[in-house]
Design a protein around this ligand. Structure first.
Ligand SMILES: [Zn+2]
Length: 137
């Protein structure tokens, strides 16, 4: 994939991790930064991989609608029934909501939205990111 474009999307989210002894076992939040990396072997008639405006309109909108300013929890979290009584907008995922897992989930969303995604990175802090990507690129 010789041509690549990257769009950065900032969002805020909360989570906690199960079976983990560090501070992320507590309910807390992050100001996350997503990098959506799209690739192609050729350019469209406009000379683009994808128009940045299309990425913003579709992918940023999805993140704003589903993850921004939301609490993202493991569906097996024993606190979930009580927390959902207090906040029905809590988002649940199938595993621990780590940066790695959220990267894979968004990778699948971006692919379903029709973009030629090659990698999604999630910066959980300014010094730490995780990613999920195609292994053939
Ligand atoms: Zn955390």
């Amino acid at each position: 994939m010789p041509y690549r474009v990257t769009k950065t999307i900032d969002f805020s989210y909360g989570h906690r991790l199960l079976n983990y002894n560090g501070p992320c076992r507590h309910l807390h939040g992050h100001n996350g930064r997503l990098e959506i990396i799209l690739g192609s072997t050729k350019l469209d008639p406009r000379g683009m991989v994808v128009d940045f405006a299309d990425i913003k309109m579709k992918i940023k909108r999805w993140v704003d609608d589903h993850w921004d300013h939301r609490m993202i929890l493991n569906k097996k979290d024993p606190w979930l029934p009580e927390l959902k009584k207090l906040d029905s907008t809590i988002v649940t995922v199938d595993d621990n909501p780590t940066a790695e897992h959220l990267s894979r989930l968004l990778f699948e969303v971006v692919r379903k939205l029709g973009f030629p995604v090659v990698e999604v990175r999630l910066w959980e802090t300014p010094a730490s990111w995780a990613s999920y990507r195609l292994t053939s690129t």
